[in-house]
Design a protein around this ligand. Structure first.
Ligand SMILES: NC(=O)c1ccc[n+]([C@@H]2O[C@H](COP(=O)([O-])OP(=O)(O)OC[C@H]3O[C@@H](n4cnc5c(N)ncnc54)[C@H](OP(=O)(O)O)[C@@H]3O)[C@@H](O)[C@H]2O)c1
Length: 298
């Protein structure tokens, strides 16, 4: 949609304030953005994953998470299943559809199934092309690349992405990247799961493909590893206030990364996670120190 596209082109706290309806507070600070390769669009560097609360039926809880996210400068939400509709409805109620960038997982198996699926999504998320259509099935996307290309040509979607959270999928994803099928990849990357830095992230940079990171907390297991340990004092040197930010700042300080998705149903965690986008980012030497420190704890 043109409104959505314009917002993202000039994404900033000021633009968000202008686009959001009465009821939203202006973001206190401008969340840094990074450009989507090959475009002039910018995405805030911390996004929100497909939070459990979005699919729980608890619309009040879902709205609280989403409102907190947007009020603190967030704009990119990754959505699958029924969350696509609950989040769409919350955004529509607030007139905030144009100011968000949504990654939707489509389930249709043919063009004839995908078109009505997109129309249905548009009826809640807002008119205009979907920002990003995500797929999990690498082989299926490879086989149906022409269909996604057709949907783009028809103006039903703008970007196509592939997302899998394990290194065993990297070779197949890299094939799709080399074949020019995807505009976005979404892969796991963190201090405990660093393999993406070896090949797939450099390939994304060379191929002008946007990089979104999932599993920043290994779906919560990371907190089990650091639980009971004090954050090192030197974390303050790069404006890091929590173990969550310790992981997110490591991820975000890899220059190949456009955005990290964080899944949470807790508004306090939303604020904590968005906080990682601000301030100093660790340099190479500090990144090694961070990983070394974490590996000593586990
Ligand atoms: N395409 C794919 O196949 C694929 C696969 C995996 C993930 N993803 C996407 O990536 C997103 C994130 O990855 P993930 O699901 O692996 O989740 P994650 O973000 O690595 O971890 C989520 C867990 O961390 C907790 N948490 C979040 N922020 C916290 C904080 N500040 N302090 C303490 N605990 C915190 C959450 O609990 P609370 O709710 O209590 O905060 C939740 O248990 C997903 O939501 C999804 O959108 C996509």
């Amino acid at each position: 949609m043109s409104g959505r596209r314009e917002f993202l082109k000039y994404s900033s706290a000021a633009a968000l304030t202008a686009c959001t309806p009465i009821g939203f507070s202006a973001p206190a600070r401008k969340l840094p953005t990074r450009v989507i390769p090959g475009s002039s669009e910018r995405l805030p560097i911390v996004g929100l994953g497909n939070a459990r609360v979005f699919a729980s039926g608890d619309m009040q809880g879902a709205a609280l998470v989403l409102d907190t996210f947007i009020e603190h400068g967030g704009a990119y939400v990754d959505l699958s299943g029924t969350s696509r509709y609950s989040v769409g409805k919350i955004l529509a109620d607030r007139g905030a559809q144009a100011s968000t960038f949504l990654g939707n997982y489509l389930t249709g198996q043919t063009l004839d199934e995908m078109r009505p699926e997109i129309w249905k999504l548009q009826s809640v998320q807002g008119e205009g092309p979907l920002d990003l259509s995500m797929k999990r099935d690498v082989a299926d996307l490879g086989a149906r690349a022409d269909e996604f290309h057709a949907l783009k040509k028809e103006g039903l979607l703008r970007h196509v992405g592939i997302g899998r959270p394990h290194k065993r999928f990297y070779p197949a994803i890299m094939k799709l990247m080399r074949a020019g099928v995807v505009d976005f990849i979404q892969v796991n990357y963190s201090m405990m799961e660093p393999d993406a830095a070896d090949e797939i992230l450099p390939l994304a940079v060379d191929s002008n493909i946007a990089v979104v990171i999932n599993r920043p907390f290994m779906n919560g297991d990371y907190f089990g590893l650091v639980s009971g340990h004090e954050l090192p004092e030197w974390a303050a040197e790069f404006d890091c206030d929590s173990w969550a930010q310790f992981s997110l700042k490591y991820i975000l300080s890899n220059p190949a990364v456009n955005c990290v998705l964080t899944e949470t149903s807790n508004p306090k965690h939303v604020i904590d996670n968005l906080g990682a986008g601000f301030g100093v980012m660790p340099d190479e030497k500090t990144r090694s120190r961070m990983r070394g420190h974490l590996l000593k704890l586990v």
